[in-house]
Design a protein around this ligand. Sequence first.
Ligand SMILES: [Zn+2]
Length: 255
Amino acid sequence: MDTALPIENLERYHSASQRARVATEAWASANLYCVNCDSPRLEPTPANFHATDFHCPKCRDPFQLKGQSKPFGNRIVDSAYSKMMAAIISDRAPHFVLLHYAPDRWRVLNLLLIPHFAIPKSAIEKRKPLSDTARRAGWIGCNIVLTSVPDIARVPIIVNGVAEKPSDVRRRFRHVRPLAELTVEERGWTLDVLTVVRSLRRTQFALDDVYAREDKLSRLHPDNRHVRDKIRQQLQVLRDKGLVEFLGRGSYRLR
Ligand SMILES: [Zn+2]
């Protein structure tokens, strides 16, 4: 994986943002590989004017590229809130590939994969409607809140300008892929409980440690009054999916 962005023929684009978009899309076409199978390439999806959409020619998994010149913060700006929510609910969201580049050196510094099945509804944040004076007044966009995606499901592909080995990237992806088998409704709970468990920052933990975060889960699921039952149930789901190990007597270990 070459981290240099292609800069040939960029002078015909007037704005810096256009040049950046063209360069990052060209880079993605030449360098992105599939994480779900062994395909060494992804293809731009036709029918899209902006080639930010890619798919795997082999397994057909869809990917969406999001480039930015600033380091990743907690939030990634996405498009329309209603469109993103509909995609999550119907399980049609693409995997997101977040690209952070150095605009002065035309280099990819960081590349992060967020699998579509790792984004719970709770990670989609509604933005303020555009003001009345805006061209698209009233339009509501959204943010993807990265800290609401379990850390284990944020898969680094390039870190500080150094590409990870594709075999390592695919291994990390495979580790969380069993979450894709869950229904969207259940997966939301599973991901939220996994985020809470991983935020304990301990390999071994007790049921009481998770119960102590009951409030956070209640806020995310205000309609459910049996949060403790749900926590126990989701720990079993996480065990079945190979992400948590039961040690007995209310004790658990992350895998
Ligand atoms: Zn593939």
